[in-house]
Design a protein around this ligand. Structure first.
Ligand SMILES: Cc1cc2nc3c(=O)[nH]c(=O)nc-3n(C[C@H](O)[C@H](O)[C@H](O)COP(=O)(O)O)c2cc1C
Length: 204
């Protein structure tokens, strides 16, 4: 499969980076073809400009898109599946990744309607949308407090939504205190990458 990995963390010393590396090793074992958008390394602009807002807010799809947005959209069109890897920051993805959705999921590409009210989506429907996120809190805490469910609703139900056939979110929680958990998580990330095909049509 052609897999686009959208990775968002500023540090190569981070646990999230180790998850990313291990997952890529798994993908490589399974011979997937991989393109990475490393948002911090690319210095991807994630603030929406006034010009972009005027296109988005008033659905002026005839107005041109920025070059960096077009490049990301081309990567999406060439992918069969997209994987998002990031740390949970304040119970959501980092602002930089949120800004990727704000700008790359443009009107007429990822959402929108024509004058007759028909859906106008050019974005290629992906086989699999996978979300891998690390979190300081344990998975149990995130589940009990409802935060895991709120993150799942926003990422899986809304941002991935109908654009993906199969969707799955995996939390690598409890990273603040427990070192042994981290090794298990890193191994799990490898296994997920190596068995990506098995996730298609799996549970979300
Ligand atoms: C700005 C910031 C906000 C954070 N917010 C949360 C949070 O809301 N919930 C949580 O479980 N962990 C939170 N964390 C902890 C990170 O999720 C955790 O440190 C990260 O997933 C793993 O560490 P890494 O930065 O080495 O990759 C936060 C960390 C930072 C730096």
């Amino acid at each position: 499969m052609n897999v686009l990995v959208v990775y968002c963390h500023p540090s190569k010393e981070s646990f999230t980076y180790r998850i990313f590396e291990s997952f890529l090793k798994g993908l490589s074992t399974a011979n997937h073809s991989v393109v990475v958008s490393d948002l911090y390394s690319m210095n991807f602009q994630t603030d929406m400009s006034l010009e972009e807002y005027n296109r988005e807010g008033f659905a002026c799809i005839e107005k041109p898109l920025s070059d960096d947005v077009c490049i990301e959209q081309q990567k999406i069109q060439q992918a069969d599946s997209i994987v998002f890897i990031y740390p949970v920051w304040w119970s959501d993805c980092p602002a930089k990744l949120k800004g990727w959705f704000d700008r790359v999921y443009s009107v007429g590409f990822a959402y929108g309607y024509d004058a007759q009210g028909h859906k106008q989506i050019k974005m290629k429907r992906q086989k699999l949308g996978l979300v891998l996120c690390t979190a300081g809190h344990s998975n149990e805490f995130l589940l009990q407090t409802g935060i895991a469910e709120s993150m799942r609703k926003v990422m899986i139900d809304d941002r991935l939504g109908p654009r993906f056939e199969s969707k799955q979110m995996h939390l690598f929680g409890g990273t603040i205190n427990v070192n042994e958990v981290m090794d298990q998580h890193i191994h799990k990330a490898y296994e997920i990458g190596a068995n990506l095909d098995g996730l298609i049509n799996g549970i979300d």
